[in-house]
Design a binder for this molecule. Structure first.
Ligand SMILES: *Cc1c(COP(=O)(O)O)cnc(C)c1O
Length: 393
């Protein structure tokens, strides 16, 4: 079964009994979606606005534009930033491939800069060293929900013509120095895939803190269409007239899915509390276990615990992964350094480029973490890990 938030093809030996991530859908979510099915608008209706307003309320009041996925949110964000051939984008390698692929698809050159050893977030010093006169965007993610050091990035890009992009697929609900994620960078993208912090099945959004970019983000979400006569080249053509000002695609998130989003956002705080409770339980139960390291949590951030990424020491990550998977525990590895993907390595990106990211990848193992994971299941995960580390699973 490829459901339960697992990406198709991600399973080597059948579906795990305890998945690494999973959506939580309750009767209130079902009622919200059913109400839209009975109404007049399946797509491009009033619930889209309602969802965007509600999302903005969780993103520091920054205007949000919904789209069909976290990936298309990145594509729209990079396109709004105006990147193309000849431009460079500095990107973290410790992320899902879409963070970099969306920029590459627009013809920009992706420049990978290394991550911090503790958080696995893009290292501001490494990002600064990677900047050239051609750099147009610096993109970090908030890995596992732990915010990147946004003030440090701001210092680096200040006074230069460089936009800050936050791929916050993990971090809706997190805060950086008191500020909600969504308001830390110039553009922030969210994903609502089932394993993320809230879901619309498939879905995403761009939070647009740089208000000058907002009309462009809205236009690119919808074929590059301009409908406001104030912005048309030929406003007197007639009432039917609309103009395409840029090539784009249809990235509209339907009302049906936005209704699920509105309902899920009402549950965001309870999801956050439950994820925090489970993360604290892991920390307490694993504190004395040898052969692993637990994730860090810096003072000045509030973490929406999206993943629970432990480090498996002594070169044993693969062995522990296989052992736990055999026991039906859906551990996961987040992520293979992006430039290892053949689509990048075929272009000459070499292994060794970002040593911290590669070392982190070699040790990383994400334990199951989602609202709905029971204490008993969590106990099974811990027992499975301890048994695997003792070599008797
Ligand atoms: C999930 C994810 C994406 C892609 O989002 P989709 O909604 O699956 O397209 C991009 N970046 C990161 C860091 C993610 O975790």
């Amino acid at each position: 079964m490829a459901g339960r938030g697992e990406r198709p093809g991600g399973l080597s030996q059948g579906a795990p009994v305890i998945p690494y991530g999973r959506h939580s859908v309750d009767e209130s979510d079902i009622a919200a979606v059913s109400a839209v099915l009975r109404g007049d608008w399946l797509t491009t209706g009033p619930v889209v606005d309602e969802f965007e307003r509600a999302l903005s309320g969780h993103a520091g009041g920054v205007p949000c534009v919904s789209v069909t996925s976290g990936t298309t949110a990145l594509h729209v964000a990079y396109a709004a930033a105006g990147i193309g051939p000849g431009d460079e984008v500095v990107v973290t390698p410790m992320t899902f491939v879409a963070t970099a692929a969306a920029a590459a698809m627009l013809g920009a050159r992706v420049v990978f800069a290394d991550v911090e050893q503790d958080t696995a977030n893009l290292d501001p010093a490494a990002a600064e060293a990677a900047i050239t006169t051609r750099t147009k965007v610096v993109t970090a993610i908030d890995y596992a929900g732990h915010p990147a050091d946004w003030d440090a990035f701001r210092k680096i890009t200040e006074g230069r013509d460089i936009l800050l992009l936050d791929d916050a697929a993990h971090a809706l609900g997190s805060r950086y120095r008191g500020r909600p994620i969504g308001s830390a960078a110039d553009l922030t993208t969210f994903s609502f895939f089932p394993t993320k912090n809230v879901t619309t099945a498939e879905g995403g959004a761009v939070a647009v803190a740089d208000l000058a970019l907002l009309p462009r983000v809205r236009m690119l979400r919808n074929h590059g269409l301009v409908r406001d006569p104030l912005h048309m080249r030929w406003p007197d053509e007639g009432g039917w007239h609309q103009e395409v000002h840029a090539f784009s695609l249809n990235y509209r998130l339907p009302d049906l899915l936005c209704a699920l989003g509105v309902s899920q956002l009402r549950r965001l705080e309870s999801f956050k509390a439950e994820r925090a409770r489970l993360a604290a339980r892991y920390a307490a139960m694993l504190d004395q276990v040898e052969g692993i390291r637990l994730p860090v949590h810096r003072q000045d951030v509030e973490v929406m615990a999206h993943l629970y990424p432990i480090r498996v020491l002594d070169g044993r990550r693969k062995e522990i992964y296989q052992s736990m998977r055999r026991s039906g525990i859906g551990v996961q590895v987040n992520y293979v350094p992006v430039y290892w993907h053949p689509v990048f390595s075929d272009q000459g990106y070499r292994r060794g480029l970002c040593p911290n990211a590669e070392r982190f990848y070699a040790e990383e193992l994400s334990l199951p973490l989602y609202p709905g994971l029971t204490d008993q299941q969590q106990g099974q995960v811990v027992d499975g890990l301890v048994a695997a580390l003792k070599g008797r699973a």
